[in-house]
Design a protein around this ligand. Structure first.
Ligand SMILES: Cc1cc2nc3c(=O)[nH]c(=O)nc-3n(C[C@H](O)[C@H](O)[C@H](O)COP(=O)(O)OP(=O)(O)OC[C@H]3O[C@@H](n4cnc5c(N)ncnc54)[C@H](O)[C@@H]3O)c2cc1C
Length: 384
C-alpha cells in the first residue's frame, strides 16, 4: 500500500492551493457578502487543466485521473467550498455521461468546451417533488417522431442560471414499471428556446455558487440530444452520481481541513484565565476529534478516487467516503464554531461560513440517509 502522492499529483495539489490563495481568497469575503459568482474563475481553473482529469487528450483532457481531481478539489474547497462546485459541473457530472455513453458528435460538441471553460455545464435530476426518489421524476420528453417535446422543471440545479449546456434526465415512458425503466438521459443546449433558468436566492450557504431552477416549456429537443438508448437513463444517472459523490466528498474534506486549521490557530491565539485556550483539555479533545475525523475522511476519499483510477467498482466505497466526509465536515465546522465562542457566531470570522456551507454535503448527491442505505445494503448482503 502506497500513501505517497506522485510528483505530478503533488504538483497539481500545490498549483490548486496557490490558485485558491491567490485568485479566490483575496476577494472571497467580499464576494460571499455580495453573493457574487465570478465566471472568470471557472475559466482560469479550466486554463490550469483542472477540468481535464478524466478525459483523453483528443477532447482537450489530460487524463491525470480521479485522484488528481480529488486532491485539487480539496485544495480549492479548503479556501472556498463554493468554488469546489465547478469540478462537478464542468467535469464529473457531464463528462461521465459523455465519455461513457455519448456519441462521437456529442463528445466533440461539448467535451472541449467543458474542459477549457468556454461552456458552463450542469446536471439536472432533482425536481420540486423529486429528490431522493429519483425514479419519481415528472419532467416528460414525449417522442414526437422527429424530435422530443420536453415539458417540466428541475429544481436546485447547481450552475443555474449560468449553464450553457448539461445533462437532463426526463421520463420518456410513463407506463414503465418499475418507473426507473422509463427514464432517459439527454445532453441539452440550455440556452435553447423554451428553456428558462431562474436563480434560487434563498440558500443557507455556498453564496458564490449559483443554484437554480430550469423550466422547460414545449422545448423541441432534437433526437441527437438523447444520450445512449431511450429509457436507459436511470443507470447512467446512478453511475454519474457515483462520480459526483466523490467530488462532493472531496469538498467536504476541504472544509474539515480548513476548520481544523482555523481552530488550531485560534486556540493558540485566544487567551482566557491567563493562558491560551489550547492548554485546556476540553479544547484539545475537540481538536483531536477534528484531526482524526479529517484524516479518516481524507483516506476514504482517496480510496474511492484510487479505485476509480484503477477501474474497480466502488459504489460502496464512494458512498462511505461521501457519508463520512459530509458528517466529518459538519462536525468539524460545529466544533470550530464552539472553539471560536461568540466570534464563531459572527460573519466577520470564517468558521461561520464553513458551518453554513458544510450542511450542503449532507444533502447533495444523495443525502446522508441515502448513503447509509447503500452502505448497509452492502454490509447486509442485500446489495451486490
Ligand atoms: C446546494 C445544493 C445544490 C444542489 N445541486 C443539484 C444539482 O446540481 N443537480 C441536481 O439534480 N440536484 C441538486 N441538488 C438537489 C439535491 O440532490 C437533493 O436536494 C437531494 O437529492 C435530496 O432531495 P430532497 O431535498 O428532495 O430531499 P428528500 O428526498 O425529500 O428527503 C427529505 C428527507 O428525507 C430523507 N429520506 C428520503 N428518503 C429516505 C429513505 N428512503 N430512507 C430514509 N430517509 C429518507 C432524506 O435523507 C432527507 O432527510 C442540490 C441541492 C442543494 C441543496
Amino acid at each position: 500500500m502506497d500513501f505517497e502522492l506522485t510528483d505530478e499529483q503533488k504538483m497539481m495539489k500545490d498549483m490548486a492551493r496557490d490558485f485558491a490563495e491567490e485568485k479566490i481568497r483575496p476577494t472571497m469575503e467580499e464576494d460571499e457578502k455580495a453573493h457574487r459568482f465570478r465566471p472568470e474563475i471557472v475559466k482560469q481553473m479550466a486554463e490550469l487543466g483542472m477540468f481535464g482529469c478524466i478525459a483523453p487528450e483528443e477532447y482537450g483532457g489530460n487524463e491525470t485521473g480521479f485522484l488528481a481531481a480529488t486532491i485539487m478539489t480539496i485544495e480549492i474547497a479548503r479556501v472556498s467550498p463554493s468554488w469546489g462546485l465547478p469540478f462537478n459541473l464542468q467535469m464529473m457530472g457531464p463528462q461521465t455521461i459523455l465519455l461513457n455513453w455519448g456519441t462521437e458528435e456529442q463528445k466533440k460538441k461539448y467535451l472541449p468546451g467543458l474542459i477549457n471553460g468556454d461552456l458552463f455545464g450542469c446536471f439536472a435530476i432533482t425536481e420540486a417533488n423529486t429528490g431522493s426518489d429519483v425514479a419519481s421524476m415528472k419532467t416528460y420528453a414525449e417522442d414526437k417522431g422527429d424530435y422530443y417535446l420536453l415539458n417540466g422543471s428541475k429544481m436546485w440545479i447547481s450552475g443555474i442560471p449560468y449553464a450553457d449546456c448539461g445533462v437532463v434526465f426526463a421520463v420518456t415512458n410513463k407506463e414503465a414499471k418499475p418507473k426507473h425503466r422509463g427514464i432517459s438521459c439527454f445532453f441539452l443546449d440550455l440556452k435553447a428556446p423554451g428553456i428558462k433558468q431562474i436563480a434560487i436566492e434563498t440558500k443557507l450557504g455556498l453564496a458564490c455558487a449559483p443554484t437554480g431552477e430550469i423550466v422547460f416549456e414545449d422545448v423541441e429537443v432534437p433526437k441527437d440530444a438523447l444520450v445512449g438508448e431511450p429509457d436507459k437513463g436511470f443507470r447512467m444517472c446512478m453511475t454519474m452520481l457515483d462520480n459526483t459523490r466523490l467530488s462532493s466528498a472531496a469538498r467536504a474534506v476541504g472544509v474539515s481541513q480548513a476548520c481544523l486549521e482555523y481552530a488550531v490557530q485560534y486556540a493558540k491565539e485566544r487567551t482566557q484565565f491567563g493562558q491560551p485556550i489550547m492548554n485546556f483539555q476540553m479544547i484539545q479533545d475537540q481538536i483531536a476529534q477534528m484531526a482524526v475525523e479529517h484524516d479518516a475522511a481524507e483516506l476514504l476519499v482517496y480510496r474511492s478516487a484510487y479505485l476509480k483510477d484503477k477501474g474497480v467498482r466502488n459504489t460502496r466505497e464512494t458512498s462511505m467516503a461521501k457519508y463520512y466526509a459530509a458528517e466529518a465536515a459538519v462536525h468539524a465546522a460545529d466544533l470550530a464554531v464552539k472553539i471560536y465562542g461568540s466570534y464563531g457566531f459572527s460573519s466577520e470570522y470564517p468558521v461561520e461560513r464553513y458551518y453554513r456551507d458544510s450542511k450542503s454535503y449532507q444533502i447533495v448527491e444523495g443525502t446522508s440517509n441515502i448513503q447509509k442505505i447503500i452502505i448497509a445494503g452492502y454490509a447486509l448482503g442485500t446489495r451486490k
